[in-house]
Design a protein around this ligand. Structure first.
Ligand SMILES: *Cc1c(COP(=O)(O)O)cnc(C)c1O
Length: 427
């Protein structure tokens, strides 16, 4: 569907029924698939033929939705997973193992930071975290001979820093490794990282792609642009025989466009089983059918809320890359010309106690840990998720005690602003 616009792909890509088949993507709620002969099934097990035999590895509903997201990102192959955490884990573990090293932006989702810095470190993979705003020299200095990948987020959650994708891609490629980007907050409607040199994209589909907070899920999409064979020694998992699959070489069997995802499914999904439920894939697809309509509305509402807050006397600061003067305004204009996302952060004058009064008085914005769905929601880390930390500890962690993260939904903007206005008055 490459000739169609992004909106048409949101609605139609990934599933094209033939005569007499269901118009709407069917939920194939079956763990298993039937074959006439053992030989026919054996070919699937040998990866000699494509097909379904067990939903832990692949399911037609999930595959259709993965194909839609692959079309949206402009990739060659994609897969769905049971969560964004699983997606980020698989994306790195597919090409790095014990003794390897990965360079990551320090401005990433807290769950991903913990996965990398604690859990994967325990598996023997070392991470160096770099300031995403560092110079090219500093970035290049963070590589080691055993570095296997570079990781970052298009718009960091919750720091809202915009990644200089070209800078990161250039450094990754100069060292013969791919750039992996978590594109959750931007979505392919606002940014397609492959167009800027990124090689692999991940998503927590839990956020805008689902859009209604119904299903936790993740995805990995390959651009097909990284030449594994040109860096044969660095990526033996893709370029030398896999003994657990009768000695196939993924980069030969599936080519440059299919090797990474096929290996990820055949080995990691087989062994870890982070499989999405077909029902959740169906709900994700339903959400994605309106992604191109919802995302601009999220951005419009966030822009209006950011402008309102930045002019309010009780507000100390606002961070949103759509505001002129924001540290990331220029990077936003380059990589996110149509808008960034619906999430902004701000602080009120009077610190933690003032923020607590403000939070208590909100009527429309719900207090939840989630972000990026149709309903406006808000989180004050200092009095909830980070409440055990002192003001000094919070400041050191880049989460000041007055910080509130506002995720603008797709309601009427005047109602979101009125809710903010009346709660600010109570301070
Ligand atoms: C939420 C989130 C994740 C984790 O995704 P889950 O679906 O909650 O497992 C990863 N990256 C980013 C940017 C996120 O916002």
């Amino acid at each position: 569907m490459s000739e169609y616009g992004i909106g048409t792909k949101c609605v139609q890509a990934g599933y094209s029924p033939k005569t007499g088949e269901p118009r709407v993507l069917p939920i194939i709620q079956s763990t298993t698939f039937k074959y006439e002969t053992s030989e026919a099934m054996g070919k699937l097990f040998d990866l000699q033929e494509a097909g379904y035999f067990y939903t832990r590895l692949a399911n037609p509903t999930s595959d259709s939705v993965a194909a839609k997201l692959t079309a949206l990102e402009g990739g060659t192959a994609g897969m769905l997973l049971s969560s964004g955490q699983a997606a980020n884990f698989f994306s790195v573990f597919n090409i790095a193992s014990a003794g390897d090293h990965v360079v990551s932006s320090a401005a990433i989702y807290g769950g991903t930071y913990n996965l990398f810095a604690v859990t994967m470190k325990r598996m023997g993979i070392d991470f160096t975290f770099v300031d995403p705003d560092c110079s090219e020299e500093e970035l290049n200095a963070s590589f080691r001979p055993n570095t296997k990948a570079v990781f970052g987020e298009t718009i960091a959650n919750p720091a809202l820093k915009v990644l200089d994708i070209e800078k990161f891609a250039k450094a990754a490629h100069a060292h013969g490794v791919p750039l992996i980007i978590d594109n959750t907050f931007a979505t392919p409607v606002n940014c397609r990282p492959f167009e800027w040199g990124c090689d692999i994209v991940t998503h927590s589909t839990t956020k805008y792609l689902d859009g209604h907070a119904t299903s936790v899920g993740g995805a990995i999409i390959d651009s097909g642009n990284f030449d594994w064979m040109a860096h044969k020694d660095k990526f033996p998992g893709l370029t030398t025989p896999d003994e657990s699959y009768h000695g196939i070489v993924y980069a030969e069997q599936f080519g440059q466009g299919g090797a990474y995802i096929n290996k990820c499914v055949a080995q990691l999904m087989r062994d870890f089983g982070s499989t999405p439920a077909p029902m959740n894939a169906f709900l994700l697809n339903l959400g994605m059918e309106t992604l191109h309509v919802r995302v601009p509305r999220h951005c419009e509402n966030a822009q209006k809320a950011a402008e309102f807050l930045s002019q309010h006397e009780k507000v100390a600061w606002v961070q949103y890359c759509g505001l002129p003067g924001d540290k990331y305004y220029e990077l936003g204009k380059k990589y996110l010309p149509n808008g960034s996302c619906g999430v902004l952060s701000f602080g009120v004058k009077g610190g933690r106690p003032a923020a607590e009064i403000f939070m208590k008085n909100l009527k429309l914005a719900a207090i939840v840990t989630h972000v990026a769905d149709a309903r406006t929601c808000i989180l004050h880390p200092a009095s909830s998720t980070h409440r055990q930390m002192s003001d000094a500890e919070l400041a050191a962690a880049g989460v000041p005690s007055d910080l509130m993260r506002l995720s603008c939904g797709i309601e009427d903007p005047q109602d979101i602003i009125e809710d903010l206005r009346q709660a600010l008055e109570k301070i």
